[in-house]
Design a binder for this molecule. Structure first.
Ligand code: GTR
Length: 420
């Protein structure tokens, strides 16, 4: 074996190494434990939810609060020192088809607190204000396109040898490395703006006992205070605060979208902030769209062990007793109602439990029906590469854990139905 081969082999071994005290992931449908799902239309005290008023005034706040208390943690209010500054506006971007705008977001005067850069592409030659996709990204705004004008993040980034990222610092070498996941031109051609922020600008994605990122501004969280997912979602809301004041953006038509851990983030952002008009979760898995009670692929215990900083500490109490969780992820999806929500899976993404992601979407349907909207009507997962649903959209794409042009095509079609 070559040296690179040996390194790759050892990395694979490490990733697949069992974590002590955690049983191996289950991928066998016959071994999914029996479970009862919580009825979205029944209050904790057993009283039924029979009207949209009951939902809005009682049941929705009850569910939201349970997720805050036991899963993602309570988030902080908008900081008083929040400021936005447009630092560039270039109408010759992407060969002249787009306006590239960058907005520097500062959260407080204290120099040690983070600053974030919001990248916006607006379609040129079309009439705004534009409906917009707002998303977080994994490696810095400059990785979503090879556009040389995007500023390189100065925040902590994950080291990635293949892209020349060393010492947790991004550089020119990583420009455009993630462009396959961002159908920028397609989005602009269809008349949407795209806005994105690097999640590490809000909170670096590693366990540092909550001392860096935005946590620095607010101090160490209590067991029911925000973990990193909630901070990233909060960051998206701060971006929306800016978008509300940008005349080129239709802030009433902003779809929040994310992939994987950032798909979990998009779902939580949509739940916490009802200004988001539409919510899209791509391959979000455990702690995202997938039902925790199925314990298929990644489990609550596993995720809390590998990523202790993502959720609030209270979530760990349920590591060995998911059935006692007062929520499950279909209720998270129901928090989007009556706004449209789209859930997407991938056939090879077993770790994220595609069937569990679908079932969550399906079991959120009664809440949409309460609003006289159609949810998903069949409990059977649709065939691959075929989008279903009007208010709750779903597809399972052939292939691996990723975001592809096919996924974006479905999000655009779905958004056309609701945001155009
Ligand atoms: C995995 C994690 C998943 C998913 C994914 C990602 O390691 O187990 O929950 O979030 O990372 O974000 O890429």
């Amino acid at each position: 074996m070559t040296i690179t081969g040996r390194i790759a082999f050892s990395i694979t071994l490490i990733i697949n190494m069992p974590i002590p005290h955690i049983s191996a992931a289950n991928y066998n449908e016959d071994k999914v434990p029996k479970y009862n799902l919580i009825d979205p239309l029944k209050m904790r005290d057993g009283s039924p939810v029979t009207s949209t008023e009951d939902w809005e005034r009682k049941r929705r706040p009850e569910i939201l609060n349970l997720f805050r208390e036991h899963v993602y943690g309570h988030s902080k209010k908008k900081p008083s020192g929040l400021k936005f500054k447009v630092i560039q506006n270039d109408s010759t971007a992407l060969g002249g088809i787009a306006i590239r705008r960058e907005v520097l977001i500062t959260f407080a005067r204290n120099e040690e607190t983070p600053e974030a850069s919001l990248l916006i592409y607006l379609p040129k030659g079309k009439n705004g204000p534009f409906p917009t996709f707002l998303t977080t990204n994994f490696y810095g705004n400059h990785t979503i396109s090879s556009d040389p004008g995007i500023s390189i993040t100065r925040s902590w980034v994950r080291n990635e040898k293949k892209w020349g990222i060393k010492n947790n610092k991004a550089g020119e070498q990583s420009r455009g490395v993630r462009q396959s996941r961002w159908a920028v031109e397609k989005i602009l051609n269809r008349g949407y703006a795209l806005a994105t922020i690097y999640y590490g600008d809000i909170d670096p994605d590693f366990d540092d006992n909550f001392s860096n990122g935005i946590h620095k501004l607010y101090g160490k969280p209590k067991p029911n205070d925000w973990g990193s997912i909630a901070t990233w979602a909060w960051g998206l809301s701060r971006c929306l605060d800016y978008l509300e004041n940008d005349n080129d953006i239709n802030a009433k038509k902003v779809a929040v979208m994310g992939h994987s851990r950032l798909g979990k983030t998009a779902l939580w952002a949509g739940a916490e902030d009802e200004r988001f008009a539409l919510v899209i979760s791509n391959n979000s898995g455990c702690g995202g769209a997938a039902l925790s009670r199925r314990e298929f692929g990644e489990t609550v215990k596993r995720i809390n062990t590998s990523f202790p900083h993502w959720f609030c500490d209270n979530f760990t109490k349920f590591n060995d007793r998911v059935n006692e969780l007062p929520v499950d992820q279909h209720l998270l999806i129901s928090l989007a109602a009556p706004r449209p929500v789209y859930i997407a899976s991938a056939t090879e993404d077993k770790w994220a439990d595609p069937k569990g992601e679908f079932l969550s979407a399906y079991h959120a349907s009664p809440v949409y029906e309460l609003f006289n909207l159609k949810g998903l009507t069949s409990p059977k997962q649709p065939k691959s590469d075929h989008s279903v649903g009007h208010n709750i959209g779903y597809h399972i794409r052939t292939g691996k854990h990723d975001v592809t042009d096919f996924d974006w095509e479905q999000y655009l079609n779905f958004s056309d139905l609701h945001l155009k």
